[in-house]
Ligand binder design. Sequence first.
Ligand code: PAF
Length: 283
Amino acid sequence: MFQIIRSARRMAATAERLRLRRKRIGFVPTMGALHEGHCSLIRAARAKNDVVIASLFVNPLQFGPHEDFRRYPRPFRKDAQMARAAGADVLFAPSAKELYPEGFQTSVEVEKLGRRWEGASRPGHFRGVATVVALLFEITRPTCAYFGQKDYQQALVIQRLIADLHLPIKMAILPTVREPDGLAMSSRNAYLTADQRRQATVLFEVLRWAQAEIRSGQRQAAPLIEGMRRRLSEAPAARIDYVAIVEPRHLEPVWRLRGRVALLLAVWIGATRLIDNLLVDVR
Ligand code: PAF
């Protein structure tokens, strides 16, 4: 039966009982404002586990002082219905006081990987993410945790955290779910005006353009980056934060393409910062 748990102690006790009964726990951490991307993670967890726990917590630690923590959408009832319909058994929805009680001062940081790209643009962001995810792992004791490729660097940071802390948790990274016109699903898409929403498709378009160039033989990163930047600037609402071509494990920039590369983008569309990425095999 679907249940909503708000207390960390109760969630930990429930997870512990499930572990003792050797149940496989699939875990999907979210900040709510669920969309089809989250639901695909919950469905994947449902298919492979005995019990599915989704968490819903808008984590203040991962927002910078001028970011959208306050206005981040919080449609709790709709989220609970969607989590349940997608197959979650438990929705763990603690308050900030519950998760970070008075006196809380521990943090977890994945240093090098967490300081590049998103980490450079959003100082402290991945410390906040790693801290909350480590806490959520400790409380929910999952067998396997599910993350979306849309937040590619976040997925690598969590992978590193699991390895470095020797956590007995498997991790699944599932493909980005896109709108029919290619825009990656994101809770932040709701901030876009109709005109910005139309322009936001430029992110995926330039990723596809670069992928096609690579497939037709382009092996130099510089002209690709320049072409991507030029195409992005053709959308009047777009302001580039970064465009990068990197090797896909450590996210170091590459100049000559071989093996597999990750194309990374962060672009402001009006006042909304969107990210997207594509992994491309260079044959
Ligand atoms: O990807 C997110 O929604 C968040 O960063 C996460 C993993 C739930 C941690 O707050």
